[in-house]
Design a protein around this ligand. Structure first.
Ligand code: ADP
Length: 594
């Protein structure tokens, strides 16, 4: 405890010895961009000169960064601050500091026009002439917080439509000293660089930059100005008093500042400048002290437009709900539809299978109906063969068998057996169960084959007159040959039955083929009793029959076959006399495959 008192006493004695009696302390805060040491070295001449002009005061300088100075002013720890224009404006707005003097660049220059910036590009870059040409460029500058080293140019860039905040160009901070910006340009790390106005000229004078090495963008050089620049000129640094600094002290310091010697190493100070241009620029950039505008802008927009936004949101939600519902519906319907299609395909396949079965049965039924005659037809060659065999035996027994007779008999036996085999082969082919086909066939040929099969199957087939027009002779249809034969056999069999019922078996059945536009028309005309119109209307109905043992399926199946070939089956009464004419019309294959 005793030591503490001794130390306090010693300190007081020292202070009273070093300072004039009653010296009033002056607490000064200086913005230190580049650290305390460099700031102290930079500002020492000014502070020394100031101290010598304020003998009744003791000057205490503190070198502070932006935040520290802000805190110190807020706590009332400073009487005066020396800071850049942007920061001064912020301190003025937040803590009520007020400038008492503004820095001057040179003697005679007014203090309102001290800070400007220059944007330079290598002279070899011929594409960039204006700030607007910096779109997509890399821009070197000391730091985004530098007022004269960046922010004054930021304002200009924004006005030129190349705001770095929107990504129109890329910033490349180099840090201090500002000559690093020049280095970055020379190293190709940036396309353009920001310098404080007059630095370019100073570097040229010092021989660090060759004349003509760089070009200034959007030069705003007025006659009589010593330096080129790309921005307007703003007031210089401010010497400002805290809001509770005694006016007498402010006055004393101001007088001392204005009375400072006009030497190169001491900063010159003039009357306080109008900082409105700085306010305007910072407001435009919405940076401190106007950073609240960014927030306000959003809040205002929300407050102003929320009913619209809510409406749009509600519409969006409704649309979304509607879309989801429609999508779900579409998916459900699609599932139902594909299930229905599958069921339909299965049904169609079943119908086809039944159809095939019916075709087969119908062919068998035609065969059944013709079988009596068939037996007779086969009987003939068999009887002939038997006769020849017996005659050969008899001749042999009588010793009259010569070689010529033997050969003639053997030839007859062979030809008769071939005839029988031919009839059987045709029937077997006709009765065969098989899948449908579609092949190009000449309808005339199919008809002729059917006629000969019919004649072969029927013992006493009536005479059949076959007429084929020249243009129909070669014409082809896309058809299943067996099905077409089946239709023809049915028509011929019905024609035969009709003529028999009418007792006109000796009359010929007339089969004719001709072209009918894009189709081929095959007619089977008989001389039976024909049918009245009512019966003709029902002719193709399944199970319509007038025969005691008839099934009534033949014509309905024939009609199905005709339609499956893209054609039709119809009936009419011939103009010349009794009977019925049945027409099979099939589309003609216009370009038959070679
Ligand atoms: P089915 O011969 O078993 O009766 P179809 O379907 O072949 O079956 O014939 C149906 C009916 O049509 C026959 O019963 C007959 O009354 C009538 N019909 C068919 N062709 C002729 C024809 N050329 N002349 C008169 N009537 C016919």
């Amino acid at each position: 405890m005793a030591w503490w008192w001794v130390r306090m006493l010693l300190a007081l004695c020292l202070a009273s010895w070093l300072l004039p009696a009653g010296a009033q302390p002056v607490r000064l805060g200086v913005l230190a961009w580049l650290g305390e040491d460099r700031a102290a070295a930079q500002w020492a001449p000014l502070l020394d000169a100031l101290a010598s002009r304020l003998p009744a005061h003791s000057l205490h300088a503190r070198y502070l960064d932006l935040d520290a100075m802000d805190t110190a002013v807020a706590r009332g720890e400073l009487d005066f601050v020396i800071t850049n224009p942007g920061h001064y404006v912020a301190l003025e707005a937040r803590h009520g500091v007020s400038r008492i003097a503004t820095q001057q660049i040179a003697a005679g220059h007014d203090s309102a026009h001290a800070v400007a910036a220059t944007v330079i590009v290598p002279a070899t870059d011929s594409t960039r002439r204006r700030l607007a040409d910096l779109r997509d460029a890399r821009l070197a500058m000391v730091t985004p917080q530098a007022f004269g080293g960046y922010q004054v140019i930021w304002g200009e860039l924004k006005r030129a439509g190349v705001d770095p905040e929107t990504g129109a160009l890329t910033l490349r901070p180099t840090g201090y000293p500002m000559t690093r910006v020049v280095d970055a340009l020379r190293a190709g790390q940036a396309d353009a660089g920001v310098l404080r106005a007059c630095l370019l000229e100073a570097l040229q004078r010092a021989g660090q930059v060759r004349p003509g090495e760089f070009r200034v963008l959007s030069p705003q050089h007025n006659a009589g100005e010593p330096c080129q620049r790309s921005s307007p000129i703003y007031p210089g640094w401010a010497f400002a008093a805290a809001h509770d600094t005694p006016p007498a002290l402010s006055r004393a310091v101001l007088l001392a500042l204005l009375a400072l010697p006009d030497t190169d190493d001491v900063t010159r100070w003039g009357v306080p400048a109008d900082y409105h241009p700085v306010h305007d620029m910072l407001r435009e950039l919405q940076i401190p002290p106007y950073d609240f505008l960014r927030q306000h802008r959003l809040e205002n927009q929300v407050r102003r437009y929320w009913p619209w936004a809510a409406g749009v949101l509600a519409l969006l939600l409704a649309w979304l709900a509607y879309t989801v519902r429609v999508e779900a519906l579409v998916q459900r319907r699609t599932r139902e539809l594909s299930a229905a299609l599958t069921a339909r395909d299965q049904l169609a396949e079943r119908v086809h299978a039944h159809q095939r079965e019916m075709d087969h049965l119908s062919r068998l039924s035609v065969l059944g109906e013709l079988s009596g005659s068939l037996a007779h037809e086969l009987n003939q060659p068999l009887a002939t063969i038997g006769n020849y065999a017996r005659s050969l035996k008899r001749r042999q027994a009588k010793g009259q068998l010569d070689a010529a007779a033997l050969i003639r008999a053997a030839d007859e036996i062979a030809s008769e057996s071939e005839r029988a085999a031919g009839v059987l082969a045709g029937i077997r082919e006709f009765a065969r169960k098989r899948a449908r086909v579609r092949e190009p066939h000449a309808l005339a040929t199919l008809t002729e084959q059917s006629l000969s099969l019919f004649r072969g199957m029927l013992a006493h087939a009536p005479a059949i007159t076959w007429q084929c027009s020249a243009e129909a002779a070669e014409a082809q249809v896309l058809a299943d040959p067996l099905q077409i034969q089946q239709v023809l056999l049915n028509l011929l069999k019905n024609a035969c039955d009709a003529q028999q019922a009418a007792g006109r078996e000796q009359m010929p059945i007339v089969v004719s083929l001709q072209r009918d536009g894009a189709r081929l028309a095959l007619a089977v005309r008989d001389h039976g009793n024909g049918l009245d119109l009512e019966a003709q209307g029902r002719l193709f109905e399944p199970f319509f029959t007038t025969k005691p043992d008839g099934l009534g399926l033949g014509l309905s199946i024939c009609k199905t076959i005709a339609e499956a070939h893209g054609g039709e089956l119809s009936a009419d009464t011939p103009a010349d006399g009794p009977g019925l004419c049945l027409w099979l019309r099939l589309p003609c294959l216009e370009n038959p495959p070679a």
